[in-house]
Design a binder for this molecule. Structure first.
Ligand SMILES: NC(=O)C1=CN([C@@H]2O[C@H](COP(=O)(O)OP(=O)(O)OC[C@H]3O[C@@H](n4cnc5c(N)ncnc54)[C@H](O)[C@@H]3O)[C@@H](O)[C@H]2O)[C@@H](O)CC1
Ligand SMILES: [K+]
Length: 414
């Protein structure tokens, strides 16, 4: 698990690594740029026309080093454009400018938008990185507008220029609209939110050699879960074992017009390793289940009151359940049992409609998508506010909240 960190924390990790590894700042920049180049050369061929647009801070220094490293890898069609509009240059920018001069890469310095060429193909955006603060003013705003207009594909270095990654409020975004942002050492929380799409269509990160022990020691409320964090938790099938020892799940859901939701839920449960799955659906829908996934067992929803929940290791209620009076009675009965349950879809809609949030047993799991979440907890100004609300509600209700989206947030109770 990697902790999401702020720009300020990243700056500290940068300083710590330089001091304790030890490594010179210019060499750390070189490492970062090597990682960036390694990643983008998987996407672009040596013949592509590449324009590297640079500011004069360290993000600009990265751009110059990236241009040089690409050239050394055989990318011959590179042009560097330095925006000569900033009051100062960072020391590592100056060193990289000298290094670049030795390679005879075409280099232009511009001050105004009309000095930018129109025929930009692939652009590497290294104008501003994490040092950007405040708002974009002229002539920078116009230059960025022109880059956005003329580029066919934009890779942003670390973050799209003109985006303040630590502020979730981006109304009237004026910065670079990247196709792909490749950030350093950590994913950026902002890119987990749908709102980030105005600044970057996709996002990846590369390791650059910052001190991981220090980074992991930095406080954070949010963590990025990787595949390797999950695989170890899945129960591997043991020799001579059988379905009876891998748990029995009861799913209460599905109606004639929404039986697919119950089927998909059962299939996913079996796929992730549950030994036995029983679906409690209206009797007329048994054949749908039997045809779609023959190993699913069935219980008649009409006889729900006679079912003993104790024989199941876990219970999930909601997918395709419907909002009928009968569905409401079943949700109510489940809530009264006071056992932790997975509440999804219509079960959540019923809970918000009936105002039953306070009745949810501790340690339950709530799996809302955006709209279900807002119905439960009210609307939020933006995704960051929604996430913070989810984190507080998980603690307050002592329930795990799984807020589903392209990136799914799992909010724990502690
Ligand atoms: N995180 C790390 O450990 C590393 C970071 N590196 C790079 O360093 C970058 C940060 O470098 P810097 O701190 O020098 O910052 P930047 O290069 O991101 O920006 C600094 C420049 O932006 C200007 N600026 C700030 N706000 C502005 C505004 N509103 N309008 C116009 N100009 C504005 C400043 O005057 C300054 O010239 C990162 O994004 C990354 O690209 C890498 O070089 C290597 C390691
Ligand atoms: K950038």
């Amino acid at each position: 698990m990697l902790n999401f960190i702020t720009n300020e924390q990243m700056r500290k990790a940068d300083e710590y690594t330089i001091k304790h590894l030890p490594i010179r700042s210019i060499d750390l920049m070189e490492q970062a740029c090597n990682s960036f180049v390694k990643r983008i050369t998987e996407d672009i061929s040596v013949n592509e026309k590449i324009t590297v647009c640079c500011g004069t801070g360290n993000n600009g220094g990265d751009g110059l080093a990236i241009a040089r490293l690409l050239r050394l890898k055989g990318y011959n069609n590179i042009t560097v454009i330095i925006l000569n509009i900033f009051s100062s240059s960072s020391p590592d920018f100056i060193v990289n400018k000298k290094r670049l001069n030795q390679l005879k890469i075409p280099l232009f310095e511009i001050k105004k938008a009309n000095e930018l060429p129109n025929n930009l193909d692939i652009v590497i955006d290294a104008v501003l990185g994490s040092g950007f603060q405040g708002t974009l003013k002229e002539p920078l705003a116009e230059i960025i507008k022109k880059i956005n207009h003329h580029a066919k594909y934009i890779f942003s270095v670390d973050c799209p220029s003109g985006l303040n990654i630590d502020s979730s409020k981006i109304k009237k975004y004026q910065g670079i609209k990247a196709d792909k942002t490749i950030s350093f050492q950590r994913p950026k929380l902002f890119f987990m939110f749908p709102e980030s799409i105005v600044s970057s269509k996709s996002h990846e990160f590369v390791f650059i050699g910052l001190n991981e022990d220090f980074l992991q020691s930095l406080p954070s409320d949010y963590f990025w879960i990787e595949e390797k964090d999950i695989v170890g938790k899945l129960k591997v099938r043991q020799p001579f074992s059988h379905k009876g020892i891998y748990g029995h799940l009861l799913i209460i859901g599905g109606m004639s017009n929404t039986m697919g939701a119950a089927v998909l839920c059962a299939k996913s449960a079996l796929f992730t390793g549950v030994g036995l799955v029983t679906c409690c659906v209206p009797k007329e829908n048994f054949s749908t289940l039997n045809i779609s996934q023959p190993e699913i067992m069935t219980l008649e929803r009409e006889n729900f009151n006679e079912i003993s929940l104790n024989k199941f290791n876990s219970v999930a209620i909601g997918p395709g359940l419907g909002l009928t009076q009968n569905s409401k009675e079943i949700v109510h009965k489940i809530l009264k049992e006071k056992i932790p349950v997975v509440f999804d879809a219509d079960a959540l809609n019923i809970i918000s409609e009936e105002n039953w949030l306070g009745k949810i047993p501790a340690n339950s799991i709530l799996t809302p998508h955006l709209k279900e979440f807002d119905r439960l907890f009210g609307s939020s100004e933006d995704w960051f506010a929604r996430l913070e609300k989810a984190r507080c509600k998980a603690k307050e209700l002592q329930c795990i909240i799984v807020l589903k989206n392209q990136y799914t947030f799992t909010l724990l109770t502690d």
